[in-house]
Design a protein around this ligand. Sequence first.
Ligand SMILES: Nc1nc2c(c(=O)[nH]1)N=C([C@H](O)[C@H](O)COP(=O)(O)OP(=O)(O)OP(=O)(O)O)CN2
Ligand SMILES: [Zn+2]
Length: 135
Amino acid sequence: MLSITKIFSFESAHSISDYEGACSNLHGHSYVLHVTVSGEELEKDMLLDFKDLKKIVQEEIIEKLDHALALKNTGSQKRDFQQIGQKIFWMEHEPTAERMLLWMKDRLVPKLPSHVKLESLTLYETATCYACWKG
Ligand SMILES: Nc1nc2c(c(=O)[nH]1)N=C([C@H](O)[C@H](O)COP(=O)(O)OP(=O)(O)OP(=O)(O)O)CN2
Ligand SMILES: [Zn+2]
């Protein structure tokens, strides 16, 4: 089995609204995302062109989250934030690294060519905090 990994970065703000502590305040992260796909079959001697992987991840993930404010879609947050004229990424759940990864996985799996598998996603919130999803 072969795998390839491409690393992305994006800037987002968020708040974990149902949290006792500083993370319930609006704050930002320079997120780093590692996307790994695997397979056996090579096309033109590549598992998947890094450029094709980049295009998929940019369109499906990065464009939605970069320079956005990620918030849980609750009634009170809708009331407080939806009119502020900012790029808001509404989530069904709190915008934790774990929930963001699950959302990313659901978006990426259907977009990948059938000969590759989404192997893992690793999302760094800070230099010392990251979550990982493995398929
Ligand atoms: N399991 C999770 N725990 C926490 C998450 C998360 O997404 N998943 N998120 C947060 C905060 O949003 C923040 O990202 C982490 O803050 P913090 O712990 O302060 O991170 P630092 O790397 O800055 O921590 P230090 O060790 O204090 O430098 C909280 N928890
Ligand atoms: Zn945070």
